[in-house]
Ligand binder design. Structure first.
Ligand SMILES: [Zn+2]
Length: 129
């Protein structure tokens, strides 16, 4: 169980964590406070998913599929649980609040250069080809 950042009561099970929409906020059944998954936990999951995807593709050619499947599922569950244990749930910001706007701006500036690079790559590819 994960604890609510508002009242510290256990409010969220690992099963809910694995099956829920990770972008949606979590409402505590004890105090009604809203919380969300930490950005750092999400980053760890994203990096882990990239490495796991690569490892599964390599393992798929080296092992039998029935050996790859439980390893992939186990590592995925472990990775999500690890991310949440290291970086616990944080209080959700109200939509449009100063901290929510700051967070949205930080996400934009993380993604914008990547999106620009992809667009430039596509333009160069189209012009050359
Ligand atoms: Zn609570």
């Amino acid at each position: 169980m994960y604890n609510c950042p508002h009242c510290f009561a256990p409010c969220y099970s690992i099963w809910q964590r694995l099956t829920s929409n990770r972008r949606a906020s979590i409402v505590c059944v004890h105090c009604g406070g809203k919380s969300r998954v930490s950005d750092r936990a999400r980053l760890l999951e994203a990096l882990g998913a990239e490495l796991l995807g690569l490892a599964v593709v390599i393992a798929f050619f080296a092992w039998h599929w029935w050996a790859v499947l439980p390893v992939a599922v186990g590592v995925t569950v472990g990775l999500i649980a690890l991310g949440d244990l290291i970086f616990p749930l944080v209080a959700a910001e109200a939509f449009g609040s100063a901290s929510d706007t700051r967070r949205a701006a930080a996400h934009f500036w993380l993604i914008a250069p990547l999106a620009l690079a992809v667009v430039l790559f596509l333009i160069v590819t189209m012009v050359k080809g």
